[in-house]
Design a protein around this ligand. Structure first.
Ligand code: ADP
Length: 227
């Protein structure tokens, strides 16, 4: 059985942190469209050049581009027993595309919606720092590195991601509200397996415990009732 987990939630809801903890538990790859797109930008290839401005401004990259990227990645050998999707789908077109892909393969995905209070999100995003070498995320308030300004794992000076500037954060949150949040109703209407976890006020480890419990026994969990 393919273990397909879709982590859904606003920017700053902790999807990336959960996905990277979860991949070690489930032994399946963490597939983040944001990370994939940023890798193309860093490589400076044709796709990277095309999407760089969109990423910098906080708007969404075109559906055809992202759909193709994900489909190619899901065909890789390491994704055959399962995967964790982080940051995809984000629009109705992407969700329809993905659900069609799942249905064509008889895969029953599990969508986990991490719910986080709007003010907590803004604090998290403005305090976010990242190691440019290994990608580890920190937060100057809630999850600071041991030594100020440098990565615990490799000592590299931490940076503010370009799209974590305030005006861009506002645009990313606006894109989430108008294009992504409505997918909660889409998943529900289509009878997909959707579960919600309150992730506002928990350590990453405590949240991981709940996420794992939901994945191990989804039928015993609380299905999502409200958007
Ligand atoms: P966050 O969830 O914090 O906004 P991500 O790393 O997931 O950060 O995404 C960064 C940027 O990459 C987005 O603002 C958008 O421009 C682009 N992106 C990522 N995933 C998608 C997607 N599924 N569809 C369209 N654009 C995407």
């Amino acid at each position: 059985m393919t273990q397909a987990v879709v982590l859904f939630g606003s920017p700053g809801s902790g999807k990336g942190t959960q996905a990277s903890l979860l991949k070690d538990c489930l032994k399946v790859p963490h597939i983040s469209t944001g990370d994939m797109l940023r890798a193309h930008v860093r490589n400076g290839n044709a796709l990277g050049v095309r999407v760089a401005d969109t990423l910098q401004s906080g708007f969404l990259v075109r559906d055809e581009v992202v759909n193709q990227l994900v489909e190619q990645r899901l065909a890789d050998p390491d994704a055959q027993s399962g995967f964790i999707l982080d940051g995809y789908p984000r629009t109705r077109d992407q969700a329809e595309h993905l659900c069609g892909w799942f249905d064509g393969r008889g895969i029953r995905e599990l969508v986990i919606h991490l719910i986080v209070d709007y003010n907590v999100i803004v604090t998290r995003l403005t305090g976010r720092r990242q190691c440019p070498r290994c990608g580890t995320l920190y937060n100057i308030v809630s999850n600071p590195p041991r030594k100020e300004g440098v990565c615990d794992l490799d000592g590299t000076p931490l940076v503010v991601r370009n799209d974590d500037r305030e005006s861009v954060i506002r645009q990313r949150l606006a894109a989430y509200e108008s294009q992504s949040r409505p997918l909660i109703d889409f998943f529900r209407e289509k009878g997909r397996r959707l579960f919600e976890i309150d992730a506002s006020d928990q350590t990453p480890e405590a949240l991981l415990f709940q996420v794992c419990r939901t994945i191990r026994a989804p039928e015993a969990g609380q299905p999502a009732l409200s958007g």
